[in-house]
Design a protein around this ligand. Structure first.
Ligand code: DGL
Length: 279
């Protein structure tokens, strides 16, 4: 089997995998959640890079020629180094190709590509982990594609722990979501579009909807990442053709499989059976 690898620090990437499978149901998928070391948000660049590279290499070893970093924090802190420094050296291009024989894609670029067409006021907000916000990757990517768009980012360090601890429907979640959305809107009242710039945050969508002004559009990334992956596969037959099409998905976690399976079942909306893996 030659599956597409999907990696996240924990459960958040399941929101992306769900959309990818909706758009591209025929492929086989291998999902890896590094739950034992989540959250990545508060960790340094060095640690996030080190952990992400370990996970990516494991997915390559298990036969994936392509890995999606379904995690903004890993996309912000590790993707560029892996793409530019590690892959060309570890997996040199095949004869007649210019790109490495194994590829890694992230979730920030596909999101940055669409915001320019969604905002009318040209003022957008990002809610994300501390790591993603301090990397300023969204600001840099959006400036390249839509230089007139004003970007304001709000770190929401409590949101991932709320989701990882299944507290996304609780009153505790109301407190933190209301506070952080208020801070964002006070920083720039002209915002008409908010990107949920963390793959865990779609689980908090109802809370964000309740506290964001009614006219503000909320953007979850999964759908845009899925479309962009479809385009990518279309443009890169050398990667696409060997991928097997058995519509299967296998879940791996660095934590206990039973707790992953129980939580993942909520994210996926179907029974999930996970296996343990050490990185
Ligand atoms: N899901 C990850 C993201 O999209 C963050 C989770 C974490 O902090 O580990 O940024």
């Amino acid at each position: 089997m030659i599956p597409i690898g999907v990696f996240d620090s924990g459960y958040g990437g399941l929101t992306v995998l769900r959309e990818i499978r909706r758009h591209l149901p025929e492929y086989d998928y291998l999902y890896l959640g590094d739950n034992a070391r989540a959250p990545y948000g508060p960790r340094s660049f060095e640690r996030v890079y080190e952990f992400t590279l370990q996970a990516v290499r494991r997915l390559f070893d298990m036969g994936c020629p392509l890995v999606i970093l379904a995690c903004n924090t890993a996309s912000a802190k590790a993707l560029r180094t892996i793409q530019q420094r590690d892959l060309p050296h570890l997996f040199p291009p095949a004869a007649g190709e210019t790109l490495p024989s194994r590829r890694v894609l992230g979730v920030i670029r596909p999101t940055a590509e669409v915001v320019g067409s969604l905002t009318h006021t040209r003022h957008i907000g990002i809610v994300a982990t501390q790591g993603t916000v301090s990397s300023r990757t969204y600001e840099l990517e959006i400036a390249k594609l839509s230089p007139d768009v004003v970007v304001t980012a709000q770190a929401c360090p409590m949101w991932v722990p709320l989701v990882e601890n299944h507290e996304f429907d609780s009153q505790g979640a109301d407190f933190f979501v209301q506070r952080d959305i208020q801070r964002l809107m006070q920083a720039d009242p002209l915002i008409d579009t908010i990107i949920l710039g963390c793959t865990h945050f779609p689980l908090l969508l109802n809370k964000v909807r309740a506290y964001a002004p009614a006219h503000v559009r909320l953007i979850s990334q999964g759908e845009y990442v899925a479309r962009s992956l479809g385009d990518y596969l279309h443009r890169h037959p050398a990667i696409d053709q060997p991928l097997t099409r058995g519509s299967s998905v296998r879940y791996l976690t660095t934590e206990q499989p039973a707790s992953f399976s129980a939580a993942a079942t909520i994210f996926v909306g179907q029974p999930v059976e996970a296996e343990h893996i050490d990185l």
